[in-house]
Design a protein around this ligand. Sequence first.
Ligand SMILES: Nc1ncnc2c1ncn2[C@@H]1O[C@H](COP(=O)(O)OP(=O)(O)OP(=O)(O)O)[C@@H](O)[C@H]1O
Ligand SMILES: [Mg+2]
Length: 439
Amino acid sequence: MTNSNKDEDQSFNIDKFYKDYLKGPIIFKKREALEPSFIPNELPHRDYEIEKIAAITACALKGDVAPNLLCYGMTGTGKTATVRYISQKLAQHCKGNTPWWIYINCNVVSTPYRILAHIYNTINQKEKIPPTGLPKDIIFKKLLGLLDIRIKHSICFLVLDEIDILIEKKGGNEILYDLTRLNENLDYCRTSLIGISNKLKFIDYLDSRVTSSLGEEEPIVFHPYNANQLADILKQRAGIAFPEGIIEDGVIKLCAGLAAKEHGDARKALQLLRKAGEIAERRHNKSISESHVQRAQKDIDKDHVVEYILSMPLQSQLTITAIFLLRKYNKQHIITSGDIYDVHSELSNRIPGIKQLTKRRISDYINELALAGLISAITTSMGHYGRTKIINLDIDMSLVERVLNQIPKIKMANLLNIKPTLLQTDKVRLKNNVFKKLL
Ligand SMILES: Nc1ncnc2c1ncn2[C@@H]1O[C@H](COP(=O)(O)OP(=O)(O)OP(=O)(O)O)[C@@H](O)[C@H]1O
Ligand SMILES: [Mg+2]
């Protein structure tokens, strides 16, 4: 994000910018090697998982159907990469009919209808099924016919990535049941399902008929990486992505250490290294240093804050707006949950269709914001005022202002320029003076 006020009177010279960019030092040799979709030739520290899945799927080399399979583990533990890697390896070793792999990300292709249409359209590139409209039994029959005609005596792996999202949807269990029973209705082709999930508890929500079919094999569990394992993964990818000598000592270790703290997520580790490289490139530095990694970490945290606030419900956004306004118009004011309640009510009156909340609900929103690390809320004894919750904003005011300004209802009602009425009352001022002495 750029600071829009910074150079309002100096116009940006795009020609000079591009020329300077091209003249800058070369930091990346192959940038895409750090992208999440890149599949390396080796996956360090996933031997056990690769061996297990390879053993289960090997029968496809001889044209036999493999048992259905489930993989699960935390985010960034290499589940998707491992399954894609195995699909490539299996194809390399296949002498007869190469198996088909149809990859479905249930977060993107998210309804039962679309899943069937996606499978059909991937196999049949010519005649596509429309994104909505056909009855399910018709599309199902068409799919069965197509599998037998096009795939014939081969095996078709159906990979359902982020399968937990499908289970939460209406008809999710039903479509899974249908997919697990495809083989009973096929004459030649055979299908195997591979489900991938990062929610360990999702199996509890599966219909028992689906569990028995998907759970033929013990699920493959992907454990989080430790800092040393992440360092090995980073070294391998850095070797492909950067020219020799670009990365200073300590950079890989720092990225690995930071990502290991966040549940051993390889995606996070790679994202840090890529961002650090981009920062070095933008600054025209010749190498990547630990300070670039630290800057990258701050940027990523900021992005998370922005995403988090934008995805909150409006009432919660108004709660943080109330805290922002109290701080904006009086830097010394000690903010209590009662103050937030008052300002929140004042703000809700300005947005049509928004109802005022009870003190209880506001207190819930305050707790959620504190849990997310955006604010801190500490309960303190305030003499005859009793126990009071004191709130502090833990993120940068300018960042909060920038994000809140992106929320149409807040921007349209010009809420960020409203001085809270309570800051202008003597009663509140007196109470605050007492609080200041007590703290
Ligand atoms: N052992 C490994 N060796 C090399 N790269 C890896 C390894 N494990 C993960 N990665 C890389 O880390 C990134 C994240 O991995 P992947 O997408 O497979 O995670 P995931 O377990 O599917 O996570 P999610 O549950 O969030 O989808 C990818 O860029 C992947 O290539
Ligand atoms: Mg994945």
